[in-house]
Design a protein around this ligand. Structure first.
Ligand SMILES: Cc1cc2nc3c(=O)[nH]c(=O)nc-3n(C[C@H](O)[C@H](O)[C@H](O)COP(=O)(O)OP(=O)(O)OC[C@H]3O[C@@H](n4cnc5c(N)ncnc54)[C@H](O)[C@@H]3O)c2cc1C
Length: 598
């Protein structure tokens, strides 16, 4: 079996492209070292391999189902959760006082990457729990943290994010779940929440739902939405789970992929009261959720990368083994067939995957390093870092979601008929990843966010910071061997971006919001490819610097990086021109299409 993750590339990205080994110079990480980070990565690989990869296909074939009102999962999922907890990964990012390792965010993401690649379905439970606890860490009161967050940090209870409703997915402003104030300061929650991942199971002693709801009699629209902690079981005075809180499982959704993560329709307040506690101030629910969006969306982007990456490794392994056909120049029918990796078209499919998944991984880890800079980097840089991270977030979420799907299609193509069967994992990864452009804000919503908000936020400062960082890396790479094509292609891309954005942003008022946003997807494509081109420049520069001293496998690794950077520059970056032109022309084809004409 092919490995689910490239240890070599992960270390290259963390320690040769990013300067993760320098983070222990910051006070919060003073107890860390490169050796500590190596130990953590090795532990993650071993746990992911032994307890997660081992039941990935079994989970895919045996969806969660309900028996006597209880959700049944494979026993292996419970074992995996125990191993994850014993390894200390539920609390890895948290303070030492909470039993955590105070791992930087970039290392937390690198750890999670192992589990996303090994078994994305089972990884859903801990990651939702970690996200829930992180939100509580910022917004919940100390009493609430002791009651609801600590058991999550310890991995004893699990968490969910209960935002969506049957009629309100992208448009969360329209949710109707209500919270009725009670005399004791708590709230009675009632309504239906749709698509709730990890909403019901027996893996943990309790499930803490973070629920968006409207306080009865409060403001209309977004201002009326608040966030509540609603446990599955009410909590006794001694902190143990008590009686049912009437959060009723109305049904399971049967999905195309991510089949190991149970996905539920939950009715709050059915057959009795569901009691919840308000988090922070009333009316701040969506703002609080958005505060956590950058981190959550980086997580989705990284999840997409890792599925694409696992597919790439599987198809690469297959291409080295599978013998078929001969070189076009070889006319001898008696000569042995060659491994398909020898055919230029198969190399094209493999290079395209490599360019997408390694470029996507570089982007996800770079964005994660910005989260660290924001929390522990120099104070004077934090305002710019925050704007850059805001700008990049829709891209970090949606670019890998889309291009890992393309990579996985190429992985199936490399493997021919075998890729289309369940004997190999790539068809499963393909189905799994199809979720990523949908959840945590669809691709359409990310395009609107990028063009409609992020590019103009703070007078366009985020874009200025991005452009100046790309220019600085272009300058730093001047004179390095083998980088001419990528530098030239990236410079052209920057000019195309700048002129297209100047035109479309300048026309925004005249066009009106509807026509202005009609081609928002092209902004996402144009800037997404540019940013990934930049990530390839950074990787190529690190490879070019290391190559003169490298030997054997290392030299091959760096040559591979340079060739994939060249591929991205020649095969992918020129695609930007189409999107730049479409955007600048404010083309109205989709906007003017009438519903009755379909
Ligand atoms: C497997 C799975 C797990 C999930 N887990 C969770 C979870 O744990 N918690 C949770 O709260 N939710 C969860 N979700 C819900 C998920 O976030 C929503 O499915 C998503 O936000 C889209 O909402 P929707 O399905 O209602 O689609 P819709 O909002 O109806 O969108 C349908 C289409 O219309 C487009 N569209 C909608 N509005 C606009 C607009 N203004 N401009 C342009 N295009 C638009 C969308 O881009 C999309 O292409 C999950 C969903 C799935 C499928």
């Amino acid at each position: 079996m092919a490995p689910f993750l490239s240890k070599r590339d992960l270390r290259f990205q963390l320690f040769e492209v990013l300067d993760t080994a320098a983070l222990p110079q910051r006070p919060r990480f003073a107890d860390h070292s490169r050796e500590v980070y190596e130990d953590v990565l090795n532990l993650a690989y071993n746990v992911a391999d032994k307890y997660f990869a081992s039941h990935a296909r079994e989970s895919d074939l045996n969806e969660p189902h309900v028996v006597d009102g209880k959700v049944q999962l494979l026993p292996a999922v419970g074992d995996a959760m125990r191993a994850f907890r014993e390894a200390g990964f539920f609390s890895a990012h948290h303070d030492e006082e909470l039993g955590g390792l105070q791992l930087p965010w970039v290392m937390t993401q690198a750890v999670q990457a192992h589990f996303q690649a090994a078994n994305v379905g089972s990884s859903g439970y801990p990651f939702l729990t970690i996200g829930n606890a992180n939100l509580q860490r910022v917004f919940a009161s100390p009493e609430q943290q002791a009651k609801y967050m600590l058991p999550l940090v310890e991995g004893r209870w699990f968490g969910t994010m209960a935002l969506s409703e049957p009629h309100a997915g992208s448009g969360l402003a329209d949710i109707t779940t209500t919270a009725t104030p009670k005399d004791d300061g708590t709230y009675s929650i009632s309504g239906s929440k749709m698509w709730i991942s990890g909403g019901e199971h027996e893996l943990a002693g309790n499930i803490v739902h973070l629920v968006l709801a409207r306080i009865k009699g409060g403001a209309a629209g977004v201002k009326g939405i608040s966030l509540f902690l609603v446990p599955r079981y009410r909590i006794n005075d001694d902190g143990t789970p008590g009686e049912s809180n009437n959060v009723v499982l109305a049904g399971l959704n049967h999905k195309m992929g991510y089949r190991g993560t149970t996905n539920t329709l939950l009715n709050f307040g059915e057959g009795g009261e569901s009691v919840g506690e308000l988090v922070g101030e009333a009316g701040q629910g969506l703002r609080q959720m958005f505060h956590m969006m950058n981190e959550a969306r980086i997580g989705v982007g990284m999840g997409a990368v890792m599925l694409g990456y696992a597919g790439y490794l599987a198809s690469l392994d297959y291409a080295r083994e599978r013998a078929q056909g001969r070189a076009a120049s070889n006319k001898d029918p008696l000569s042995p067939a060659i491994a398909i990796i020898g055919h230029a078209d198969v190399k094209r499919l493999l290079l395209r995957q490599k360019a997408f998944v390694e470029g996507g991984m570089a982007l996800g880890l770079y964005a994660s390093s910005l989260v660290d800079d924001l929390q522990t980097g120099p104070e004077e840089d934090r305002a710019d870092t925050s704007l850059l991270l805001d700008l990049l977030t829709p891209i970090v979420k949606s670019w890998p979601s889309k291009y890992s799907q393309e990579a996985l299609s190429d992985a199936i193509q490399v493997m021919g008929g075998a890729g289309y069967t369940r004997d190999y994992p790539v068809e499963m990864y393909y189905r799994d990843n199809r979720l990523n452009p949908i959840h945590e804000g669809t691709e359409g919503i990310q395009g609107n966010d990028l063009l409609g908000r992020k590019l103009t936020q703070a007078g366009g400062r985020g874009l200025e910071v991005l452009m100046s960082r790309i220019e600085a890396d272009l300058q730093a790479a001047e004179g390095l061997d083998g980088l001419d094509e990528i530098r030239a292609a990236l410079k052209t891309a920057l000019e195309q971006n700048q002129s297209a954005l100047k035109v479309i942003l300048g026309k925004a008022v005249d066009l009106g919001p509807d026509l202005f946003l009609a081609n928002a997807n092209s902004a996402l494509e144009m800037l997404g490819h540019t940013v990934v081109g930049w990530m390839w420049l950074r990787q190529a520069a690190a490879a070019a610097r290391a190559l003169p001293e490298a030997k054997g496998d290392d030299a091959n690794f760096y040559h591979g990086k340079l060739q994939a950077a060249r591929f991205f520059a020649i095969y992918e970056l020129p695609r930007i021109e189409f999107h730049a032109q479409l955007l600048a022309s404010a083309d109205a084809t989709t906007h003017e299409m009438q519903e009755t004409w379909f």
